[in-house]
Design a protein around this ligand. Structure first.
Ligand code: IMP
Ligand code: MG
Length: 200
């Protein structure tokens, strides 16, 4: 179990993969604070608009669940799923949508809810896709921002916290589908070069 006090622990990866260390960057209490601050700002702007919150799967499912309960006003929720080609290496810059929204976005106040922005490539693709569909307004709410790694411009309207250039897991974020269940946000530090820092 990951402790919330910044201690590291060693986790055995699957056979043939290097051992990694998890270091807590943000505790569950820190994250709750970020979510509550975001909820407050979002409530000010959307409280009377019946917005459509559009969660980006898979990573945002924990954040989205906490955010919708924290905002405390009527809204609708839909989900999209994006993937970059060549899933286990650096983002190739080519994105495809594995799951499209089912609620029409035309004329709606859409708030994209994402876990973390890294290169910005996935989000840029989604925003271009949505802009073409004639939303009434379109904004972005992300919990974590890795500004240093940005490759394409994206405007972030609400940001929970800045994260250094590290590969992070927990609170919905994964490495090869692992660690999504951890309540804290942890840096995954590989002891050998097993590609964690390059995997998206
Ligand atoms: P981007 O297109 O490079 O901005 O990244 C798109 C997606 O990759 C994010 O929404 C996350 O789901 C995932 N991702 C980026 N950085 C990390 C990380 O450090 N840990 C886990 N997932 C990440
Ligand atoms: Mg994401």
């Amino acid at each position: 179990m990951v402790t919330p006090d910044g201690l590291t622990l060693t986790c055995k990866q699957e056979e043939g993969v290097a051992e990694g260390k998890l270091r807590v960057l943000f505790t569950r209490e820190d994250i709750r604070e970020y979510v509550n601050e975001l909820a407050l700002a979002v409530r000010r702007d959307y409280g009377d608009k019946n917005p459509l919150f559009l969660g980006v799967l898979k990573g945002s499912f924990v954040f989205l669940a906490d955010l919708v309960r924290a905002v405390g006003f009527p809204l609708e929720v839909d989900l999209v799923r994006l993937a970059s080609y060549g899933a286990s290496t650096y983002s190739s810059g080519q994105v495809r949508m594995l799951l499209e929204p089912t609620i029409p976005v035309k004329g709606r106040h859409v708030l994209v809810v994402d876990d973390i922005v890294d290169t910005g490539i996935c989000l840029r693709y989604l925003l271009d896709y949505l802009a073409d569909k004639g939303t009434a307004s379109l904004k972005v709410c992300v919990l974590f921002n890795k500004k240093e790694r940005r490759q394409v411009q994206v405007r972030l309207d609400y940001v929970g916290a800045e994260v250094p250039d590290l590969f992070v897991v927990g609170y919905g974020l994964d490495f090869a589908e692992r660690y999504r269940h951890l309540p804290d946000l942890c840096a995954l530090e590989m002891q050998e070069d097993s590609g964690a820092s390059q995997t998206r």
